[in-house]
Design a protein around this ligand. Structure first.
Ligand SMILES: Nc1ncnc2c1ncn2[C@@H]1O[C@H](COP(=O)(O)OP(=O)(O)OP(=O)(O)O)[C@@H](O)[C@H]1O
Ligand SMILES: [Mg+2]
Length: 431
């Protein structure tokens, strides 16, 4: 409104000024050249002055109005371009439709999200609403019509191939003079967000299940040990009783499972102290040697290169992990197999412990899963599938890594890499 008033005020003032200039110029010419002119000449001069000033006024007004109109058109075009690029570059889909769900606007993101091009969908009924959500959309529309806001609601939409996916939707009214109400639907694809949310929920569930399992395992540990002891005593007394032997075996596995669960779910800080890698390996090997001998396997230890190398680790955990790798190797080789444990320094202040066996090896499919908790290829009642998961937790907690290289039928090697204590001290990681 103010723009309009300004326009007319400028036009009037400039017109008056133009006429005044024309009259003044004419007056000057008359005084200079027509001072002695007769009545008739003066009469024509008056008429000419009137015509000339009207013409000047007319041209001026026409030019002024045209210029103004061109400026308005330019402004309109610029704001139209701005609105278009805003609409097209908007990361979410923006759709405008009338109350009969006939599409009026469809931006580039909507093309990508729903798979319909603008040309295909304009003027056609909205086809991205799943049949089950039509009522919900009607309700949103009536809420918006009555002045309520529909913002960031999670719902479902369909793409061109009929695939339903979750979206976050906001609906707003769009009112233009003389036109019935339209609706702007802005949606963003939240597939990724929903996936993350589900993963987090799953993790939470697993964590609480883990806590429950750990609690249960903790309570079962002592009664199981007592049961096992009692069964062993009974067996000693009863001699070769196969039922009791089977019972003992079952109880042994339960205890193994409970221990593994406790190791896997172990919470709280680890007690890291400086440990000589070679000494830790030799101590575990010494402890494990009788089991190796009982299976008639050979265990070769080579820690010469690791002399003096120290890592910063929880001694109990380190020994547990070495035992896990040694028992895996022993299970794989069966009788008369060969297991080699080698320690060697690696560049960048790291040390590697490798446990190699010449056993059955691991096929490609299983190799990708061996670190998954509860993944086992052993018979029921033989393996918990938690050994390598515990080993991996240990490696991560100690700033290291673990990997297994193997081929079916060609043995397997487990490698643990740990940072040396000096490197950890330099990084301030020693707690
Ligand atoms: N040295 C190896 N040779 C062949 N297969 C192996 C070897 N080490 C691990 N595996 C495979 O990886 C699986 C998972 O090992 P992991 O130690 O996690 O559990 P497990 O040995 O089955 O059970 P647990 O350790 O409780 O006895 C094993 O079942 C086995 O199939
Ligand atoms: Mg194992």
């Amino acid at each position: 409104m103010r723009g309009k008033q300004w326009f007319w005020a400028t036009l009037t003032l400039s017109s008056i000024t133009m006429v005044a200039i024309v009259f003044a110029a004419w007056e000057l010419v008359e005084n200079r050249y027509f001072r002695d002119a007769n009545y008739l000449t003066l009469h024509y001069l008056y008429i000419t002055r009137g015509v000339a000033s009207s013409l000047v006024l007319m041209f001026w007004a026409a030019w002024f109005v045209l210029r103004q109109r061109r400026e308005n058109e330019e402004d309109l075009r610029r704001s139209n371009d701005r609105y278009r690029s805003l609409l097209e570059d908007f990361p979410g889909s923006v759709i405008l439709y009338d109350k009969d769900l006939r599409v009026v606007e469809w931006n580039a993101s909507a093309e990508r999200m729903y798979g319909y091009t603008k040309a295909e969908i304009l003027g056609r009924p909205l086809s991205s609403v799943p049949p089950g959500k039509a009522g919900e959309l009607r309700e949103f529309m009536s809420r918006v019509d009555s002045g309520e806001a529909v913002l960031a609601v999670e719902t479902t939409r369909l793409d061109r191939n009929g695939v339903a996916f979750p979206v976050q939707l906001s609906l707003r009214p769009f009112r233009e003079r003389d036109l019935p109400i339209h609706f702007i639907e802005a949606t963003t694809d939240i597939r990724e967000r929903v996936r993350w949310r589900e993963a987090m929920l799953e993790l939470e569930k697993l964590t609480s299940m883990g806590k429950m399992a750990a609690g249960t395992a903790h309570h079962l540990n002592s009664p199981l040990a007592a049961l096992l002891l009692r069964v062993q005593l009974m067996r000693e007394r009863a001699g070769d009783d196969t039922d009791l032997a089977r019972l003992e075996e079952g109880l042994e596995f339960c205890r193994h499972f409970v221990r593994r669960l406790l190791e896997f779910a172990r919470a709280g800080p680890v007690d890291k102290t400086t440990q000589d890698v070679g000494a830790a390996v030799e101590s575990v090997v010494g402890f494990f040697q009788p089991v190796i001998d009982s299976r008639r396997a050979v265990l070769i230890t080579d820690v010469a290169e690791a002399k003096g190398l120290r890592v910063c680790a929880d001694r109990n955990l380190l020994e547990t992990v070495l035992l896990i790798l040694l028992s895996n190797a022993l299970d794989a080789v069966g009788k008369c197999g060969e297991i080699r444990v080698r320690c060697r320094p690696l560049p960048a202040n790291r040390v590697e412990i490798a446990v190699r066996d010449n056993g059955v090896g691991i096929n490609e499919g299983d190799l990708a899963r061996v670190f998954e908790p509860f993944f086992t290829t052993k018979d029921p009642g033989k393996g918990t599938g938690l050994g390598l998961a515990i080993a991996r937790n240990f490696a991560t907690e100690h700033g290291g890594s673990i990997r297994i290289e193997s081929k079916a039928g060609q043995g397997a090697t487990a490698f643990i890499e740990l940072p040396l204590a000096t490197a950890m001290r330099a990084e301030g990681a020693l707690r």
